[in-house]
Design a protein around this ligand. Sequence first.
Ligand SMILES: Cc1cc2nc3c(=O)[nH]c(=O)nc-3n(C[C@H](O)[C@H](O)[C@H](O)COP(=O)(O)O)c2cc1C
Length: 334
Amino acid sequence: MKSIISHTSDYPLKNSLETLHHESMEWLNEIAFWEDEIDLLYMISMKVKMDHITTHIKDQVVKTERKLVSKIAGNEMNDLQGAVTNHEHIIQKGYTDEQNYREQHSKLHIRFKQYEKELKQIKQEVVRLLKITKDQASLNEVFGTIYNRRAVIKYQNKPIEKKIIETIIDAGRMVPSAMNKQPCKFYVLIKAETISLFSKQIAKAASKGILKSGLKKIIKTATESFNFSHGLRLLRSEDPIFQRAPVVIFLTSPKDHEWAALDIAMFAQNMMLAAKSLGLESCPVGLAKYVMETEVYKFLNISESEIVQLAIILGYGDEHPDLPKRNKVDAVYF
Ligand SMILES: Cc1cc2nc3c(=O)[nH]c(=O)nc-3n(C[C@H](O)[C@H](O)[C@H](O)COP(=O)(O)O)c2cc1C
């Protein structure tokens, strides 16, 4: 029988060992195949266009690729290949100790199976992620923006051009509104000192006037109903209202408008998506409505008939939060 290791010589093989020898050869073939397979998987995942993929999935892809690469680059595969090759060399060298060969073979068998199992898990993970990225990428840019928008509460110290703010507000104007009443008005803070002053007063008003239970408690209560980790990050931040964002936009509506809250939510979402599509981050700030309880409120010159529904903060992000858990609520069809 011809050895796979030496293509030049034949060697005698005891019949009793033929099956084991074939198994070793299968392992070597398998290892050679894994190398190609991993190369290919790696190439595909590098080629996947990540533009429209959610940050959360992007991070997972990167992590899994690292695992995949370390499975080859970490020499584990080479060592295994070397061990199997040496094992077969024993036969080639006219070996006699069958017992020893069998013992070594069974140890290699365990090692091979273990490696195969670990590799399979990583490969399955890569394939799962590639499938998700393929699904997400096949959607369009709008979906990419929707999936990637996060409530961001860490911003770079970088102003936003007025032209861009106007573009974002204009995207707000494009929303549907009940009876097309377009009830939203926009009040924009762009100076750091003004934002900081408003933030302090709103924090005080929120903690003092309304719930009388301390700002931390209010923020905790308010954010617990949004998202736990978001709440924790908020509690630790220096400016828990406006997060030192360079732009704050108060959205107001007439007090007596039945559909105001729904309309304002639409304005806000359009603006946040528009911001995201322009490379900016945002966060809705429900607590901003307490601005009406502050002394600085009068500087905004908001009419008596108006009410502040919400503010959104905008800025160039300085963090990439994971997607907070989303409930899978099945639609009910009739
Ligand atoms: C009406 C509304 C009010 C919110 N108020 C606040 C707020 O006062 N402070 C804050 O940091 N986040 C606020 N958020 C952001 C939510 O905490 C955030 O959207 C949620 O945790 C989900 O995270 P995501 O937007 O990244 O998907 C508010 C969101 C909405 C819709």
